[in-house]
Design a binder for this molecule. Structure first.
Ligand code: GDP
Ligand code: MG
Length: 442
């Protein structure tokens, strides 16, 4: 694959922005890579289409080919889809004890193993008291299996009573969890080789009896196209809150992760990395993204090129500051940096002389919306005006303020800030010992 890829990349010529053809050519290869990673066909198609729309017209980093740039864009988009808005994948809702956790999935997917792994994690990491119950009435051995794992990890299991239905066991687990003062009780349901009505009905009954806080779908990470059907059915009929992907210690590229995110929109919470009880991790989107795409060398190449350019930019900026030059372009960069860092913690606040300015800005209530307005004002200036803000007279000011939908007084405040910063830079530039240089290194 990578031979084929580099062939494509060699053919693509360097240019400023990604053309539709650049993007299409590179995405053809990306699509193959996704399918080879067992991403389901419709999901791969939709994903590629979304990236195509997004990538066309984007700038190409210096010393990188358009094809490489597309791969980097794909990689970032993959991480976005895999991560969703799920900041803490490993977190489970387990307040209001005893909190029920329902484990569902096909037979052999790793439900029992993952139930025990999670119980161990909740016990050892979160200090919770956990009760596990096997509802697998079809296979007595499965109940034994959970009991043995429980002993191994020091977690209680609900005593086995012969002849009970899954529904009866669920009720008993619920009662026992309350009486026994457990924080969490986990229900390891029966699975089958394929989805059928009885399997779904039983899981739905157990759900209605216990009202689980979390319903985790356990899916074998090596399953390919079928993962979508399984996830769809369980989510539609039972309603899942998250996914655990098992067998990610194997050779599989884990395309099921992308399929399931796309189909259910539910977060992937955990990844199983072996048969042992400690072989469970919370989900890291960037790791799985790299694995699905299998183009890590290209991604790091583009990242390196981007870092080099950022470093060059910083260096150039510093030289200008030392000469006491600080125009609207510089100010815009500072403001953008502050937005990126979520407040007044940009380069500015790291400079000794800037503390006072930062204080003034804090006092003026400069939050994100103010930063955005100021950037809008600068955007409304011509190139010449940004480089030489001193040329701004009344008529120009009016035009700029109107263009940004603001008042001239807003613009005057911005100009004052730029002048103050410029003065400060001049003073710092004259100081001995490379104070500015030091400050900029943070
Ligand atoms: P269940 O039928 O869904 O309850 O599946 P089990 O928990 O019994 O697991 C079936 C088999 O898969 C067992 O031999 C487990 O040891 C194995 N297994 C489960 N999770 C993993 C994993 O993350 N990696 C590997 N390599 N094996 C696993
Ligand atoms: Mg089992």
């Amino acid at each position: 694959l990578s031979d084929r890829l580099s062939g494509v990349f060699d053919r693509l010529t360097k240019q400023g922005a990604l053309s539709e053809d650049d993007v299409k050519t590179a995405l053809r290869e990306v699509r193959v890579a996704l399918l080879e990673a067992d991403v389901s066909l419709p999901v791969a198609r939709d994903f590629v289409k979304a990236v195509q729309d997004k990538a066309t017209g984007q700038a190409v980093t210096k010393s990188v080919t358009p094809g490489q740039q597309v791969v980097k864009i794909v990689h970032d988009a993959l991480i976005d889809v895999l991560a969703g808005d799920n900041a803490n994948p490993g977190e489970l809702k387990i307040d209001n004890p005893p909190a029920p956790i329902l484990m569902v999935g096909l037979q052999g997917s790793g439900k029992t193993t993952t139930t025990a792994k999670l119980a161990r994690r909740l016990t050892q990491t979160n200090g919770k008291r956990v009760l596990m119950a096997s509802l697998d009435t079809n296979r007595p051995a499965a109940m034994e299996q959970l009991a043995i794992l429980g002993q191994q990890i020091g977690v209680d299991t609900l005593p086995i009573v012969k002849g009970e239905t899954a529904q009866q066991i669920a009720k008993r687990a619920k009662t026992q969890a309350s009486l026994g003062g457990y924080d969490v009780y986990m229900l390891d349901t029966a699975g089958r080789l394929h989805i059928d009505e009885e399997l779904i009905q039983q899981a739905a009954d157990v759900r209605d009896i216990t009202n689980p806080r979390e319903t985790i779908l356990v899916v074998d990470g090596l399953t390919g196209q079928d993962a979508v059907n399984v996830a769809e059915a369980f989510d539609r009929d039972i309603g899942i809150t998250g996914v655990a992907l098992t067998r990610m210690d194997g050779d599989g590229r884990g395309g099921a992760a992308l399929s399931m995110r796309a189909v259910t929109g539910k977060p992937i919470k955990f990844v199983g990395l072996g048969e042992k009880m400690d072989a469970l991790e919370e989900f890291h989107p960037e790791r799985i993204a790299g694995r699905i795409l299998g183009m890590g060398d290209i991604v790091s190449l583009v990242e390196k090129a981007q870092q080099t350019i950022e470093a060059e930019q910083a260096e150039r900026m510093m030289k200008r500051f030392q000469k006491g030059q600080f125009n609207m372009n510089d100010l815009k960069m500072q403001l953008e940096q502050m937005m990126k860092m979520g407040g007044m913690e940009g380069i500015m606040s790291m400079m000794p002389g800037m503390k006072k300015m930062k204080g003034q800005m804090d006092e003026a209530g400069m939050d994100d919306s103010v930063l955005r307005q100021q950037i809008a004002l600068i955007n409304s200036m011509t190139k010449k005006e940004r480089a030489n803000p001193q040329i701004l007279q009344a008529s120009r000011k009016k035009r700029i303020a109107a263009g940004a939908g603001m008042e001239v007084s807003d613009l005057n405040r911005l100009l004052k800030m730029q002048r103050q910063m410029s003065d400060m830079m001049k003073k710092m530039g004259k100081m001995k010992g490379g104070m500015l240089k030091q400050a900029m290194k943070g």
